[in-house]
Unconditional design. Structure first.
Length: 470
């Protein structure tokens, strides 16, 4: 098997071949490293690489294979990790000059879970500065671009891992999503990305009760996302959140028959969100395909009027909890968008927090009522095409000015504010040949239902087979 064939493997197929001794971890790692050499000069996805460490770990994995006995689920698989996820003994910068030489002593919980499952760590993937924003650029490593068009954004903040997966560097990876940082890059790069239910994957943040941000998996196929989610879901004392019990998935839906499923489609989440015509033209194919799989599809959405306040206040609070010291001592070394967002956190009052709590309660009642009548909500994952990578963010959408680096992301941030799980699923390519995805949102604990729907969709519309030509 040559390097190209190895790099085309799914995560599930790669683990199977390694377990059957038809592929060694060393061969998988060498193919991975060769692919980085081939394409990363174009897309700039991998910001830190440690080939010596990777080769040592791969050799150790092959020795374990040869010894016989049970193997962990991701035994010998090479993987880079998002640069905001600490790896012990490896530079982890968060894309900030303030942390350019930082080498943590402990793995983040999500990395620890992956390494306990047998992953061979090869390096780190690029993120925006402090992982803030849905376009991946920073003053330490520069800009990550889209394998489908290297002049365009790969999204963010998980843009580095998305570009690496789409480009064939690795089959899957660990990501995170506060305001769309899984769903946006997945949509921009033709991948599946899951923002799980709260508490499903431990965060490891400075606040163990933080709820709006999530760690989650990203891959080319739903099967690989499901495999990676199972590994990433290992419990950790770093998170105080207890996940909602998983909702059962009807046998028919699990088998790809969506009869009996009640689907609500919304092109603008009932808020009049602008969506580029090129994006909407592709996204609007999704309701028909779901109906073709047997689902009952209607146009509807919950009352999401409180979502903007919930997201804005919670994000500002969480950023200030994490980075108040930087804002106090080094604000002149932060990008303007970060100074603005941290300034909002610093200015929050007791009345602001009270208002946001009451808004979140109203939002929860609205989504509870909605999901009592509908099983899932489907909407565009992103409002725009992958945009010019030289921009900080889109300046306007269909003639409507975007005033901040968050405003163009509202299709994702509004859903984040609900606290509910969502999966981004590829649904096609626009007139410029750029990927488009939709997000499927469900109630707490519906992660497996969302993945079953995504799998059924991927079976009849296998967009993942369309790979970029780098």
């Amino acid at each position: 098997m040559d390097h190209d064939e190895i790099c085309a493997l799914s995560l599930t197929a790669m683990t199977d071949l390694i377990r059957r001794r038809e592929l060694s971890s060393r061969e998988a790692v060498e193919a991975h490293l060769a692919r980085v050499d081939e394409v990363d000069g174009v897309i700039n996805a991998v910001c830190t690489l440690d080939p010596e460490r990777a080769r040592t770990e791969a050799a150790r994995a092959d020795e374990t294979t040869a010894a016989g006995g049970p193997l962990p689920p991701l035994h010998g698989v090479p993987m880079t990790h998002k640069d905001s996820h600490d790896v012990a003994g490896m530079r982890s910068t968060l894309g900030s000059p303030l942390f350019a030489d930082r080498v943590p002593e402990r793995d983040a919980p999500v990395v620890a879970a992956l390494r306990a499952a047998g992953v061979v760590t090869t390096g780190k993937t690029n993120v925006p500065e402090l992982a803030a924003g849905s376009h991946t650029f920073n003053p330490v490593f520069g800009t990550t671009t889209n394998p489908y068009d290297p002049t365009r954004s790969a999204g963010g903040s998980s843009g580095g891992v998305a570009a690496a997966i789409a480009a064939g560097i690795q089959p899957a990876g660990d990501a995170s999503d506060m305001g769309g940082s899984i769903r946006t890059p997945a949509s921009f790069t033709n991948l599946v990305g899951l923002r799980p239910s709260a508490g499903r994957v431990p965060l490891g943040s400075s606040d163990p009760w933080a709820w709006i941000s999530r760690k989650g998996p990203m891959a080319r196929t739903v099967e690989d996302v499901r495999l990676l989610l199972g590994v990433m879901s290992a419990g950790s004392p770093a998170s105080a959140l207890v996940p909602t019990p998983a909702r059962p998935v009807p046998a028919g839906i699990a088998a790809g028959d969506l009869r009996g499923l009640r689907v609500a489609w919304s092109p603008d989440l009932g808020l009049g969100l602008p969506v580029e015509k090129a994006v909407l033209a592709v996204a609007e194919q999704a309701p028909g395909r779901l109906a073709g799989l047997g689902a009952e599809v209607v146009t509807a959405e919950p009352d999401l009027r409180d979502a903007d306040e919930v997201f804005a206040t919670t994000r500002a609070h969480d950023f200030y909890v994490g980075y108040a010291d930087l804002y106090r001592d080094h604000r002149d070394r932060l990008k303007p968008a970060l100074r603005w967002n941290l300034g909002l956190g610093a200015a929050l009052t007791a009345d602001d927090h009270r208002s946001a709590v009451l808004a979140r309660a109203r939002l929860r009642r609205a989504t509870d009522a909605f999901f009592a009548e509908h099983d899932v909500l489907v909407a565009p994952a992103v409002q725009v095409q992958p945009f010019d990578a030289r921009l900080e963010h889109p300046q306007e959408i269909e003639g409507e000015t975007m005033h901040t680096y968050l405003e163009w992301m509202r299709m994702a941030t509004v859903i984040s504010a609900t606290g509910l799980p969502a999966v981004s699923v590829p649904v096609g390519f626009d007139v410029d040949g750029l990927p488009v995805g939709v997000q499927v949102v469900g109630p707490d604990g519906s992660d497996e239902l969302l993945l079953a729907i995504a799998a059924a969709y991927q079976l009849v519309d296998p967009q993942h087979q369309h790979r970029p030509r780098l």
